[in-house]
Design a protein around this ligand. Structure first.
Ligand code: UD1
Length: 344
């Protein structure tokens, strides 16, 4: 049984990936400092898979504690590194929090990997590295644009750090997965997205408005150069995204990668506007949303969606879920979470 360390494994994408890894026959160790997640995810994972993965509450910036953890869980074959701060606005207000956390943790991982004979790393990157692309859909060869936030910059710098480290090392092999907009939840509704405080992202804000936690959804701008004036994104079901990680880990472990550092776009290939998403939610759930158009949100990209041809061909992976299925899963999770009284 191959052993995978999942950092940030109690978080949104992390917890869904853990269930897919367990289902695929991997032994999983989760490392998470619970700064933006709860241990309730572990119960959800256990109920879904019948397996309780080892869990370590640890801050990966603490290199001594991290090394100690790797000694206790020897024989790790690969690391999937999700653990990072990800709120764009907060990163503008507190840039050092983002640079310190997102970069220190990655550097610690890269320094400790050779010492513990770990050769394979999957890194959570983001479509934010493309900024506003000149040509759509965006391919992996599209130029990287200057980051519009410290958060975005940590993703760009992290990719550069991995690329340089891999180039200088004979052993480390890595894949960076550039996520578009992950939404939705596991079909069981036992795990899902759990933002702390007021959600920054669109779909949690929609489901919280629909259930009555938020009074009104603000749609940030209807004067963009798009068919209905609102921003366009590529919304991908988190379970589809999670499955891509299982494929990527297998690719590295089976030594099927074509370069020591590879990059893949993970999206659906379809652009959906904010207003289209709002109306799709209303239609599929039958719940009317109280929303109003407000000013643009500073730093937003007008439109971006993925060219997924390279990931489809090379990974043999394709996002399967429809937007309706994905939105329904997010809504089911919101209702389940509320009905179950919430996680501890
Ligand atoms: C952003 C980041 C992305 C990051 C992700 C995780 C950029 C360009 N994108 O995605 O890299 O991985 O956050 O946090 O930095 N919207 C509303 N009302 C709301 C919330 C959002 O209209 O209350 C709109 C936004 O203007 C945007 C769309 O919904 O057009 C999606 O926003 P959001 O869910 O926050 O994701 P991104 O900004 O695309």
């Amino acid at each position: 049984m191959k052993k995978v360390l999942v950092t940030g494994g109690t978080g949104f994408i992390g917890s869904h990936t853990v269930t897919e890894l367990v289902d695929a026959g991997y032994e999983v160790v989760i490392a998470d400092n619970l700064s933006n997640s709860r241990t309730g995810a572990l119960d959800g994972i256990q109920k879904i898979t019948g397996v309780q993965p080892a869990f370590e509450k640890i801050d990966l910036c603490d290199k001594v504690a991290f090394a100690d953890m790797l000694r206790r869980h020897c024989g790790i074959d690969a690391i999937i590194h999700f653990a990072a701060h990800k709120a764009v606005g907060e990163s503008v207000r507190q840039p050092l929090k983002y640079y310190r956390n997102n970069l220190d943790s990655l550097i610690n991982i890269l320094e400790l990997m050779p010492e513990h004979a770990i050769e394979h790393l999957i890194f959570s990157s983001s479509c934010t590295v493309y900024g506003q692309p000149e040509k759509l859909p965006v391919t992996e060869q599209s130029p990287i644009q200057p980051a519009t936030s410290p958060y975005g910059n940590t993703k760009q710098v992290s990719e550069a750090i991995i690329r340089d480290t891999v180039a200088a090392s004979t052993n480390i092999q890595s894949i960076a997965l550039r996520y578009f907009n992950p939404i939705g939840a596991h079909a069981s509704a036992l795990i899902g997205e759990l933002p702390t405080g007021v959600p920054n992202n669109l779909v949690p804000f929609i489901t919280q408005t629909a259930i009555g936690i938020r009074e009104q959804l603000s749609v940030f701008g209807n004067d963009y150069n798009t068919p209905d004036g609102s921003c366009i994104r590529d919304y991908i079901h988190v379970v589809d995204l999670a499955k891509a990680h299982v494929v990527a880990v297998g690719r590295l472990l089976d030594r099927k990668n074509k370069a020591a550092f590879e990059v893949f776009n993970l999206g659906t290939g379809h652009g959906v506007s904010v207003l289209e998403l709002v109306h799709a939610f209303e239609k599929t759930t039958g719940v009317k949303l109280n929303y109003k158009i407000v000013a643009r949100r500073p730093g937003d990209t007008e439109q971006v969606w993925a060219d997924t041809a390279y990931a489809n061909k090379e990974l043999g992976w394709k996002a399967q879920s429809t937007l309706e299925e994905t939105l329904l899963s997010a809504w089911k999770w919101e209702k389940y979470y509320k009905e179950s009284g919430g996680w501890e």
